[in-house]
Design a binder for this molecule. Structure first.
Ligand code: IPE
Ligand code: IPE
Ligand code: MG
Ligand code: MG
Length: 333
């Protein structure tokens, strides 16, 4: 597998190999902890777990733990906790966004309806906290509660902005910080904590993952336009259709003509691509260098993350975290 090949970039497979056994344990914890006394919740949890997410957040917890020292029962538990929180946010997010597809399958709200999914999401959040509580560690709870509030506030801010065309880059970045980067950062911090890191190391790993999280969401927002549904597992063009102006659009609008701007306003107003076809929007974004600029911006964050992780001593885990930054910028789903 070449872990001794100092300085070489690891592949996705090699990263996974480093945490495979631990990840299997994480999956068992999630299965075990997703059994509710009401069948609907158990069924929804199973459906979500088998849906094939990338498990990036648990991987981040485990690699951070290993970098700091080693993985313990606490690391496995925390990796399960962050995936459960992530899953709960997705269940609620799809209700809010009226999304029909997630991970290449019908979204939970499309199958079980909004009412059941709001409650199932609540249950999942609480179960995640229940598992976290077993650590008997107030810092862990403090971090997880602040994080969840931060994410919910992010969704609320996003809701207030739906349909608005004048979104600044700073507004957008605040949202990305709340929605995505804060969870990535928490994953690394929790992993570090469980691995026995001191506070300075925990902070550095948290900052590394924060930069990674920002890049991840920026790439997600580019892929929302440029990918294909079969690859992405969710429909393309969703953000704009849902009334969300993300970074590629913010950049495009900076240099767009008034006719081009009008196209975007049609979609925001109508919630569909009937007056302004998606292909036309894509063309105008291409022509205004929207994707190239957004990708460059994402890379500035992965560069920062890579520089931060390079300060740690060389080890397979340090290299895996560095390779993760590469994978995130180059991913297609
Ligand atoms: C989706 O996250 C939500 C965003 C922050 C864009 P992922 O793309 O990590 O979702 P899964 O878990 O792999 O499905
Ligand atoms: C989801 O944001 C991030 C959450 C914290 C729920 P998005 O709405 O951009 O994610 P997708 O595109 O539905 O996966
Ligand atoms: Mg969504
Ligand atoms: Mg999105």
């Amino acid at each position: 597998m070449g872990l001794s090949k100092i300085g070489q970039t690891l592949s996705a497979m090699e990263i996974l190999d480093l945490v495979r056994t631990d990840l299997e344990r994480v999956e068992s914890v999630i299965s075990l902890e997703s059994i509710a006394s009401v069948d609907a919740v158990t069924t929804i949890s199973r459906y979500l777990q088998s849906g094939g997410g990338k498990r990036l957040r648990p991987i981040l917890v485990l690699l951070s733990s290993k970098l700091a020292g080693n993985t313990s029962d606490g690391s496995i538990r925390m990796a399960a906790v962050v995936e459960m929180i992530h899953t709960a946010t997705l269940v609620h997010d799809d209700v809010i966004d009226i999304a029909k597809t997630r991970r290449g399958r019908p979204s939970t709200n499309a199958i079980w309806g909004n009412h059941t999914c709001v409650l199932a999401g609540d249950w999942l959040y609480m179960q995640a906290f229940q598992v976290a509580l077993r650590e008997r560690n107030f810092r862990v709870l403090d971090l997880l509660i602040s994080l969840t509030q931060m994410m919910v506030e992010g969704e609320l801010i996003q809701l207030e902005r739906i349909g608005k065309v004048d979104v600044s880059e700073a507004d957008y970045m605040e949202l990305v910080d709340r929605k995505t980067a804060s969870l990535f950062s928490a994953c690394a911090r929790l992993g570090a904590m469980m691995g026995g890191a001191d506070e300075a190391m925990e902070t550095r790993l948290g900052e590394f993952a924060w930069n990674l999280g920002i890049a991840f969401q920026l790439v997600d927002d580019v892929l929302d336009f440029t990918s294909r549904e079969a690859v992405l597992g969710k429909p393309v063009g969703s953000d704009l259709r849902e009334g969300k102006v993300t970074l590629p659009l913010i950049y495009a609008l900076e240099s767009a003509s008034s006719e081009e701007r009008q196209l975007v306003e049609y979609v925001l107003k109508d919630g569909n691509y009937e007056r302004a076809p998606f292909s036309k929007i894509l063309k105008m974004m291409e022509h205004n260098r929207a994707f190239a600029r957004a990708k460059e911006r994402a890379e500035s964050f992965t560069d920062k993350a890579r520089a931060m992780i390079a300060e740690f001593p060389d080890s397979p885990y340090q290299r895996a975290l560095s390779a993760l930054t590469e994978l995130i910028t180059e991913r297609d789903h």
